[in-house]
Design a protein around this ligand. Structure first.
Ligand code: MG
Ligand code: MG
Length: 237
């Protein structure tokens, strides 16, 4: 799983380096597809329940599951979330980043990205044997809501291993001390999806792209994280 995580991380960093005004989300897809193949890995998303691409690229008010397209040209001031999964010898890695396009994103949007990534790291910090899924969700929620943003409820993190989505579900909200206890050897994908406005999302007519119901900006960061005897080990770093 560390090897799969490395493929995902390298792919995301390569994609990040290609994000700039004038690039299309399909351009990013092509960069990712070639890199995953060059590493001898398989993409995890392409063909998953019929999803057509190796990346999810979700721009601005798109929350998750945006489909790369030649028609989607990134502009100065946009943000694009890039979610990537890879398979190495049957084991999965899954991670996401949200990247500013150009140099001039709105200060509130910059804060949304910073807070969303901070909420992911706050959640990872509580991961250890005996911690609960409620501890993980509460850690995300606490960071996000203290900044006046909202946690998406309709999509959650997940267990990951020889399948991309395994039990348990890992919500980005919850009450400390509640829910299943983590044990050494488990691997979970923690993935806060955070809206600048209200938490509600709507899925567009393509059957995939989830957008904020109020049109506000949305950010997404994700790591695949192993629970070890001494705490969290990030596999997609
Ligand atoms: Mg993902
Ligand atoms: Mg995931």
């Amino acid at each position: 799983m560390r090897r799969a995580g490395r493929v995902v991380r390298e792919t995301l960093e390569l994609v990040r380096s290609h994000v700039k005004p004038g690039v299309t989300t399909l351009d990013l897809e092509k960069v990712a597809e070639a890199h995953i193949a060059s590493m001898g890995a398989k993409p995890a998303f392409k063909g998953y329940h019929g999803f057509p691409c190796v990346l999810c690229t979700s721009v601005n008010s798109e929350v998750v599951h945006g489909i790369p397209s030649q028609k989607r040209v990134l502009k100065e001031g946009d943000i694009v979330s890039v979610d990537c999964g890879a398979i190495v010898e049957g084991y999965f890695g899954d991670a996401a980043i949200t990247v500013p396009v150009g140099e001039k994103i709105h200060p509130d949007t910059a804060r949304l990205l910073k807070v969303t990534e901070a909420s992911l790291h706050a959640a990872i910090a509580v991961v250890r044997p005996g911690a609960t899924l409620g501890d993980v969700g509460a850690a995300v929620q606490g960071v996000v809501e203290a900044e006046g943003f909202s946690v998406v409820r309709d999509f959650v993190g997940h267990g990951i291993g020889t399948h991309m989505h395994e039990d348990p579900q890992v919500p980005n909200y919850g009450e400390a001390g509640r829910g299943m206890k983590l044990k050494a050897g488990m691997v979970i994908a923690i993935e806060p999806m955070v809206n600048a406005g209200k938490p509600e999302v709507v899925v567009l007519g393509d059957g995939w792209t989830a957008v904020t119901a109020d049109g506000s900006m949305s950010a997404h960061f994700e790591h695949s994280v192993a629970v070890t005897a001494t705490g969290a080990k990030i596999l997609t770093e």
